[in-house]
Design a binder for this molecule. Structure first.
Ligand code: ADP
Length: 320
């Protein structure tokens, strides 16, 4: 291996830049050449590939988004697209590829490996929904952003004695919602992993807490569990409490990455290059109990991760 390519793919996440920086600098440090592929797998199909030097990744460790841009690429999902992408790697002299992204991006990396291009995956997604890893780059920043936003919402919710139903991101997972719900003191947190009944779990709890003097309410709902507007309308119709829906949306994807995201991204990027340097390929870098580990891509994609629903019990017990 002489030249390593790096790309970001799928949804962007704060800390992806810190990961790119770590990959580029660690690779150059160990004597490799580095090429940046822009706009995810698209860049391989369109030849959007740039040489990366030490200064190409200056001033980005604190920046959200990804300097390499990211994209979803449908053509790459076809065998012809994958063959074309592998050929593009060979033509650009890319001997191994580091892919920063989510599950979909790792499926793509597995396909590239099948076409003879060795790959390493680094989990970058705010949703924390990568089964093999306890933690994904961007998750901490997204949660901190959500907390900051909901704290602001609390001020106005409290002033008007309202109920705020806040929808947070997370795709089909409730990780962001669960932790954010605890951090903002939500009365109830609704996540896709745990079925809920609006009457039993939300409305009756609101009425109970009203009896002990509670006048305003924050309900956190994961995007995979329901729509904030539907839930707010339903609550208002059944309780008469002025209820508003807020969808935090894409702000959760942006912003300067937290220390945790920067450090994790740096460790993971460095680990990816160490693997390549040892001749170990087609792995996904992950965290396991604070350590950086790695798994075979196919194994990683077949793994399953559960959510710590004990956190829901805690949330339930201390929001009464
Ligand atoms: P994420 O990586 O965040 O999960 P996506 O699921 O959108 O995001 O995947 C990002 C890109 O990875 C897709 O646009 C596509 O180019 C590639 N990809 C996704 N799934 C596959 C697949 N099954 N086979 C090959 N490539 C895939």
């Amino acid at each position: 291996i002489k030249t390593i390519g790096v790309l970001t793919s799928g949804g962007d996440a704060p800390g992806m830049n810190a990961a790119i920086r770590a990959v580029v600098r660690a690779a150059l440090f160990k004597g490799y050449k580095v090429k940046g592929v822009r706009h995810g797998y698209n860049g391989l199909l369109t030849g959007d590939i740039v040489d990366m030097n030490l200064r190409s990744v200056s001033e980005i460790i604190h920046r959200g988004g990804t300097i390499l841009y990211t994209a979803r690429c449908l053509e790459f999902k076809t065998l012809e697209g994958q063959q074309k992408a592998a050929q593009a790697c060979r033509e650009a002299g890319i001997d191994a590829l580091v892919v920063i992204g989510g599950d979909g991006s790792f499926r793509g990396a597995k396909d590239m490996a099948a076409q003879g291009i060795p790959c390493i995956g680094i989990p970058g997604t705010i949703d924390n929904d990568i089964a093999c890893s306890d933690y994904t780059i961007g998750y901490d920043t997204a949660m901190n952003t959500a907390v900051e936003m909901i704290d602001k919402l609390r001020d106005t919710t409290q002033s008007h004695d309202r109920c705020s139903v806040v929808e947070v991101m997370g795709r089909n997972a409730g990780y962001i919602a669960l932790n954010t719900g605890i951090a903002v003191g939500a009365l109830v947190t609704l996540i896709p992993e745990v079925p809920f009944d609006l009457d039993r779990d939300v409305i009756s709890k609101m009425k109970e807490t009203q009896k002990t003097g509670k006048k305003h309410f924050i309900i956190v709902v994961a995007e995979g569990a329901g729509k904030a507007s539907d839930i707010a309308n339903e609550i208002q119709a059944r309780t008469g409490i002025d209820s508003r829906a807020t969808v935090l949306g894409h702000v959760q994807r942006g912003g300067s990455p937290t220390l945790r995201d920067r450090v994790t991204a740096s460790r993971m990027g460095y680990h990816a290059i160490e693997l390549i340097n040892k001749g170990i390929f087609n792995r996904v870098v992950a965290t396991r109990a604070e350590s950086i580990v790695d798994y075979d891509i196919s194994v990683a994609l077949s793994m399953y991760k559960t959510i710590d629903t004990a956190l829901l019990d805690i949330s339930h017990a201390i929001s009464i």
